[in-house]
Design a protein around this ligand. Structure first.
Ligand SMILES: [Mg+2]
Length: 380
């Protein structure tokens, strides 16, 4: 069996897909969506296709090593996203070739179902804000009885903000706790927007409502700054959606700068590398919350890693992760969990008509948070 073609599809504004077809007609799908650099990843996949066409699709580890190590310049968001999508598609083909779900080829499932968490929060304390938060919470609970949710403070945060801004966010967090009660876990994504001092100050205010974790309290480049926050906060700190490969996670793991790691199966190096990162983290009793804020193929690929790693905690799921009209059958959430994928490969049938629609790329946040009121650049 040989790889015959590698094609790319752009079916939703924030979903870029790769389709690999073999000479005996097997098809594998992967996702290559990268915020900020979508066209560059498309070009990278085209470059990699020159290597892959004609190769045996089952030698996944060998191909990963070739792509990662044979170029003098290794890694980077663009190459790793392209490789991640291709890696997912090869695992899809492998499962279909052997007639088993991909997780069966990764050592076999260590759990019977996969816990997922959804995005929900009270974005504003106005009557309107509370009404729309209540509506979304009711919808999510009716859809899948979720047991964990994540939201964020949202908006722009400077190096320091007045008590009114901090208090408003903290009040929203405590109100969320009041609404969901003590049996549901609540997490907050700071989106790498805070300084260490600011993050610690806010985390101390949040402590009483017992957060599940705070994600990316500070930007990802400086692990010592992250550790400074983690050491001063009594509940778990998470990070990792912008870190790539085992080498990218190494310092966080060795310094024990976070309790939970959030590698993304479409950026960190695909299914192959996500499992290895999780295995490294297991030694340090760190748990994995795979990041997924893009489309249904990346989400489906994540489920197979979730199935086989002992130190898994919960899988991130956004609305598009449910399918976004691209899968013939959406993943069903029951009691906050998804059943193990049981079909060969990644376990979904793609809707070829929906996938064939070509859409322009559009960022989720639209750039509205790029500038402070004084005109200087802000993190978003
Ligand atoms: Mg995040």
């Amino acid at each position: 069996m040989k790889i015959a073609t590698i094609e790319q599809f752009f079916p939703l504004p924030r979903v870029r897909l790769v389709k690999i077809t073999t000479d005996n007609g097997l098809v594998g799908w992967g996702e290559t969506t990268l915020e900020g650099k979508p066209a560059s990843v498309v070009a990278a996949v085209e470059e990699l296709a020159e290597y892959f066409v004609g190769k045996d699709p089952l030698r996944i580890e060998h191909h990963w090593q070739h792509v990662y190590r044979s170029a003098f310049f290794r890694g980077g968001n663009i190459l790793m996203t392209a490789l991640s999508g291709i890696d997912q598609a090869l695992w899809d083909i492998s499962g279909k070739h052997f007639g088993v779900p991909t997780h069966a080829l990764l050592g076999g499932a260590v759990r019977e179902r996969i816990r997922v968490y959804a995005h929900w929060g009270i974005g504003s304390l106005t009557d309107e804000g509370k009404a729309s938060a209540r509506e979304r919470l009711d919808m999510l609970m009716a859809k899948g009885s979720y047991t964990a949710f994540k939201s964020g403070p949202g908006g722009k945060w400077r190096a320091h903000e007045p008590p009114s801004m901090i208090d408003e966010f903290v009040e929203r967090a405590y109100l969320m706790r009041e609404w969901v009660g003590p049996d549901v876990e609540l997490a907050f994504d700071f989106h790498g927007k805070m300084t260490p001092a600011m993050a610690v100050e806010i985390c101390h205010e949040l402590k009483g409502m017992r957060p599940m974790f705070v994600e990316e309290p500070v930007p990802q480049e400086n692990v010592d700054a992250l550790k400074q926050v983690a050491d001063k906060v009594s509940f778990p700190i998470a990070t990792g959606e912008r870190l790539l490969t085992r080498w990218g996670f190494r310092e966080v793991i060795e310094k024990q700068a976070a309790a939970y790691l959030q590698p993304d199966t479409s950026h960190a190096g695909g299914i192959t590398e996500l499992k290895k990162i999780a295995n490294m983290a297991e030694v340090y009793y760190m748990h994995i919350l795979p990041h997924c804020a893009i489309g249904p193929v990346a989400f489906s690929a994540s489920l197979h890693v979730d199935a086989v790693i002992p130190n898994f905690l919960a899988q991130e799921q956004i609305d598009q992760g449910l399918g976004g009209g691209l899968l013939q059958q959406d993943w069903e959430v029951v009691d906050g969990h998804i059943d193990l994928p049981s079909k060969p490969g990644l376990g979904f049938e793609i809707d070829e008509t929906a996938v064939a629609q070509h859409t322009q790329y559009r960022e989720e946040l639209g750039g509205e948070y790029y500038y402070e009121t004084d005109g200087s650049v802000a993190d978003w």
